[in-house]
Design a protein around this ligand. Structure first.
Ligand SMILES: Nc1nc2c(ncn2[C@@H]2O[C@H](COP(=O)(O)OP(=O)(O)OP(=O)(O)O)[C@@H](O)[C@H]2O)c(=O)[nH]1
Ligand SMILES: [K+]
Ligand SMILES: [Mg+2]
Length: 307
């Protein structure tokens, strides 16, 4: 069950230390042992950080062929799809091969790691052929290639507008749809077993953190990075005539509306809602009078006025 303010899935080969990590970071104990496939189901725990409850999911180890259903691979990947951030846990004593194998597995089921949705407008039409336009210079795709790809997918009428210099694969992602774009932190565990030079090399890789669960090394830094990758929105409330309460933030996912804030304060608040005053980056003026559909931004202050 989905609970808390955000969900993080632990993905990795067997015995990289996923369960050890869950037991360290949460009050849940997940069995850890030196043999592979110790964990056979999904074990949820909760990390409390900066007032947020972050659900951490310990999952069975996955191996090459997981996407095709090897082991519990398919179920594990299905759970990963529902996460806000994936932690790909890697054994620092093993080579890079685990990382690229897992990336391929996730890629093959439409999970895109640390990539944003391609900025391409695509709309299938009933008739009129293919209309192709771009607002930028394209170095990887051409009108001809786009036509070919569309025909390959049996699409003969559509409007296409590239707003970004995308690759053919990115264009295919847009046509196929159903892709998930997800932040991923590569966490190299067991650095107590490798040389300082090797630790240094791994730590410099993009989107990567080095840790040792065994020696409790660098776990605070990992939490800081995780918090950044989750990019949660903290909203402060304010009562009329009083200063905002900066001690107790309401924590929401990115893109949350005033209505989401209401629901978080009280179940019936949205139905009694008249308007809200918002101070912060989501408004042009501070304060600005807004309705229920207004999208909140990180560190906005809100005062809700009831009917
Ligand atoms: N040296 C060292 N060993 C570790 C570290 N973290 C975990 N281990 C050991 O690695 C082994 C596997 O740990 P687990 O937590 O069971 O690994 P897992 O990824 O959950 O494994 P599966 O559930 O089988 O997929 C255990 O013997 C742990 O004690 C670490 O930082 N350093
Ligand atoms: K294990
Ligand atoms: Mg485990």
């Amino acid at each position: 069950m989905k609970s808390g303010d955000a969900r993080v899935a632990l993905i990795g080969f067997p015995s990289v230390g996923k369960s050890t990590f869950l037991s360290l970071m949460t009050s849940t104990a997940s069995e850890a042992a030196s043999y592979e496939f110790t964990t056979l189901t999904c074990i949820p725990g909760v990390i409390e950080y900066k007032g947020a409850n972050i659900q951490l999911l310990d999952l069975p180890g996955i191996i090459e062929g997981a996407a095709q259903g090897k082991g519990r691979g398919r179920q594990v990947i299905a759970v990963a799809r529902t996460a806000d951030v994936v932690i790909m846990m890697l054994d620092a004593t093993k080579g890079e091969v685990q990382r690229s194998l897992l990336e391929k597995e996730l890629e093959s089921v439409g999970i895109r790691l640390n990539k944003h949705k391609p900025n391409i407008y695509f709309k299938p039409k009933k008739g009129g052929g293919i209309s192709f336009n771009s607002t930028v210079t394209l170095t990887q795709c051409s009108e001809k290639l786009v036509q070919l790809i569309l025909h390959e997918y049996k699409i003969f009428n559509a409007e296409v507008l590239f707003r970004e210099d995308c690759s053919p694969d990115e264009f295919i992602d847009v046509i196929v749809g159903n892709r998930v774009y997800m932040p991923c932190l590569y966490v190299y565990n067991k650095i107590d077993q490798i040389s300082m030079e090797e630790v240094d090399r791994l730590a410099r890789k993009p989107n990567s953190v080095v840790i040792s669960c065994g020696m409790k090394l660098n776990l605070d830094y990992l939490l800081e990075m995780l918090w950044e990758y989750l990019a949660l929105t903290c909203i402060y409330t304010k009562k009329r005539g009083q200063r905002p309460d900066f001690t107790d933030a309401i924590i929401l996912r990115k893109g949350a509306s005033v209505e989401h804030v209401c629901h978080r304060i009280h179940r019936s608040l949205a139905s009694q809602f008249k308007y809200a005053l918002v101070w912060g980056t989501s408004t042009k003026y501070s304060p600005q009078r807004v309705g229920l559909t207004h999208t909140m931004e990180h560190e906005d202050v809100i005062q809700i006025v009831k009917k």
